[in-house]
Design a protein. Structure first.
Length: 453
């Protein structure tokens, strides 16, 4: 029995014990059976759509996912009336919240979970008000399907908003509001450091993200990667060898390698120019891609509601922590991107396949967060869990099959070399960094490390 089934079994056991003892447990408002978990996954994608509209930065998007799914997770637990349930918040660095109190009867845990998730998304994202229409549609869907009676809607909304308020209070104290008051980033003038790249020449994104509070990582030092290859243009030096490798690899890409690079591009900042017109191309964030994979896996495994919400929340929190760790290193090492180095020192007309993102090169964010996610998902679903990744179909890319989460994360990592936007050591050290983070998170939540399987 895997970790999911054990945990779900304990929930049912606790429920039966409480009933037998005569304790008041809020009734489920299931008039016509339970809604499928697909309803949760679809509503989470509405949050993704808002992030795409807002061009949310990769670390910012991960933060939005973390708090939104946390609201769903806590709403589910509190709707059941189980005060001592092992919710994820109790395993984090954040303050624990008090139980809402005597819960309403006839709560729908499915409804309040989704509504609370949308409510946090609505209030935490710049264009979050777009989710008001989704909340209304949710009410209509649950009422028409008779998953909840119309007379119980208000009580369920009130409950969900109480949970949402708790989560927003936690988010208010994570340092995000203080970012704008911190010293602005100024590119260094000496050789080998990052500076804005064409075509948009955007300024550095989230240079102080290291100051954001993490969920699980208590100290960023243990996850610090080995230093990047020292900037040195001498023939045969580690840096020059990597610089040459980017040119060589990108000059002889196969169709499959080009497909891989584009499939994992996930660059929300991509800009296309037509004459004097700049056109922003909407793309999913790297974290959004892995949230999509999580939903695909949950549906394939036919996970129950509680576990579907749980694994989405855990992956989202893992993404958040991985980005904080990665972004600290990016602005510590502040390394030049391949595009800037190749154009300046080797070939001024060279262009990468992918557009270079607007932040320093080392380590590769895709490598870090993909490995972290793969470690967590492998622990819950197994080493050989195959799936078809349809996360990018909405954005015009074909579906792609994978034999395991590890295969997907390895491909995401190497895609950055194919795309011409990362050096090899940023990829390989990023994978190691993500592996450490993922395994530590499993340790915090009580799961075995993947290497111990």
């Amino acid at each position: 029995m895997n970790c999911f089934n054990k945990r779900w079994g304990l929930i049912h056991l606790a429920f039966l014990v409480f009933v037998c003892l005569g304790n008041p447990i809020p009734a489920f408002s299931q008039k016509n059976g339970s809604p499928p978990t697909k309803v949760f996954i679809e509503n989470l994608f509405y949050i993704t759509e808002v992030m795409v509209t807002d061009v949310a930065s990769p670390p910012g998007a991960a933060r939005f996912y973390a708090y939104s799914t946390l609201a769903a997770h806590l709403a589910w637990d509190q709707a059941l009336g189980i005060k001592e349930n092992e919710n994820l918040l109790t395993k984090t660095n954040h303050e624990k919240i008090g139980f809402i109190g005597e819960t309403e009867k006839n709560l729908s845990p499915e409804f309040v979970s989704i509504y609370a998730m949308l409510d946090v998304g609505k209030k935490i994202m710049p264009s979050g008000k777009l989710l008001e229409a989704k909340q209304k549609a949710l009410i209509n869907q649950f009422s028409k399907s008779k998953w909840i009676s119309k007379k119980e809607v208000e009580a369920n909304i009130t409950f969900a908003e109480k949970v949402s308020a708790q989560v927003l209070e936690i988010a208010k104290n994570d340092g995000y509001r203080q970012l704008s008051a911190l010293t602005r980033y100024t590119p260094k003038k000496n050789e080998g450091h990052w500076y804005p790249t064409p075509p948009a020449y955007m300024g550095a994104v989230e240079p102080e993200w290291r100051t954001i509070k993490t969920f699980f990582l208590q100290d960023l030092k243990p996850y610090k990667p080995a230093p990047p290859a020292k900037f040195d243009l001498t023939e045969g030096s580690p840096f020059k060898n990597q610089l040459d490798e980017v040119v060589q690899v990108t000059s002889a890409l196969s169709e499959e390698q080009q497909l891989i690079a584009n499939f994992w591009d996930c660059n929300p900042f991509k800009v296309s120019f037509s004459g004097h017109m700049a056109i922003g191309l909407k793309k999913i964030s790297p974290g959004g891609h892995w949230i999509g994979i999580t939903g695909i896996a949950a549906e394939k495994a036919k996970l129950p509601w509680q576990e579907t919400i749980y694994i989405h929340t855990l992956v989202a929190m893992g993404l958040h922590d991985a980005f904080v760790s990665c972004w600290e290193e990016k602005y510590d090492s502040d390394r030049i991107r391949p595009e800037s180095a190749i154009q300046k020192y080797l070939n001024p007309t060279w262009r990468p396949l992918l557009q270079t993102p607007p932040f320093p090169e080392y380590t590769s964010g895709h490598s870090v967060i993909s490995k972290t996610s793969a470690v967590i998902l492998t622990h819950y679903f197994g080493d050989d869990f195959d799936f078809i990744d349809t996360s990018e179909v909405y954005f015009g890319l074909p579906e792609r099959p994978f034999k395991s989460f590890s295969q997907a994360s390895d491909e995401a990592a190497i895609s950055r070399l194919y795309g011409g936007i990362h050096f090899r050591d940023a990829i390989e050290e990023g994978v190691k960094q993500g592996d450490k983070i993922g395994n530590y998170i499993l340790q915090r939540v009580g799961g075995k490390q993947v290497s111990e399987r």
